[in-house]
Write a protein that binds this ligand. Structure first.
Ligand code: NAP
Length: 233
């Protein structure tokens, strides 16, 4: 990260709730300057209001699967931050739990557009503004590492996230930008409740614990690209 600025400049996609929101809050507590987005303005307004409208936070609606929407988000972030030290590709959707033979085609396309194309657009358009020594952290999943029947497009998108991260890590090595595919593991969020409606959420780790792990990851700069939550406890 730059030795010439006094604060870390970060972008977190999907920051209106769940893991993304906890990362935004943790970054702000560390005095990072943070840009975030989500599709729905309402969630972002609630976020800003509940955090007391911090001057170090910029939030705007952006759908990561829409390249024009991402370009506009990038332009606003660059005006707010200048350069970017940390990019967290967190925005994601679950789709449905269904075997491939019954998987709805429209849901398949939507999940891959958001989770894969979205990560690609956001990363591609921010790369020119990434600072030497920076980080790109892509939210992965355990179902992107081993076959998990019925996880369909979500699983395939996370296998893609793992591959994308390995490839990007090689490409950005010469700029000293670290790239990670980070699997947070089961976490108490809306998405997890959608995947496991019968589960008792109080038994799961909180988004705040995941956010602390992300901060540790940034501090530790591990050499492996693919990491699980437990790897950086
Ligand atoms: N929770 C878990 O147990 C778990 C486990 C492994 C991996 N993960 C990964 O961790 C990340 C966060 O998951 P979560 O559980 O916190 O999910 P979540 O509670 O559903 O939150 C998702 C966030 O992403 C935003 N979002 C969704 N689609 C978007 C789009 N097209 N463009 C921009 N923003 C979008 C949502 O806001 P809007 O709806 O307003 O767009 C929301 O802010 C995901 O990548 C997920 O795959 C989660």
């Amino acid at each position: 990260m730059s030795r010439y600025t006094f604060f870390v400049r970060a972008v977190v996609t999907g920051g209106s709730r769940g893991i993304g929101r906890a990362i935004v809050e943790a970054f702000l507590k560390e005095n990072y300057r943070v840009c975030t987005c989500a599709r729905h303005q309402e969630g972002l307004l609630v976020l800003k209001r509940e955090l007391g409208d911090p001057i170090n936070l910029f939030a705007m609606p952006c759908d990561v699967k829409d390249r024009d929407s991402v370009k506009s988000f990038v332009n606003h972030c660059v005006s707010f931050l200048g350069k970017v030290d940390v990019l967290v590709n967190n925005a994601g959707v679950l789709g449905v739990r269904e075997k491939i033979e019954g998987y709805p085609e429209d849901v398949w396309e939507e999940v891959l557009r958001v989770n894969l194309n979205g990560m690609f657009f956001v990363t591609k358009y921010f790369i020119p503004y990434m600072e030497r020594g920076g980080f790109i952290i892509n939210m992965s999943s355990g179902v992107g590492k081993r076959p998990a029947p019925t996880w369909g497009a979500y699983a395939v998108s996370k296998f893609g996230t793992e591959g994308f991260s390995l490839l990007l890590a090689e490409e950005l090595r010469e700029r000293d930008i670290r790239v990670y595919a980070f699997n947070p593991g089961a976490t108490r969020t809306t998405m997890r409740a959608q995947a496991y409606p019968q589960e008792d959420p109080t038994r799961l780790k909180s988004p705040e614990e995941v956010a602390r792990a992300v901060l540790r990851l940034i501090k530790l700069r591990p050499s492996s690209v693919s990491l699980d939550y437990e790897d950086i406890l």
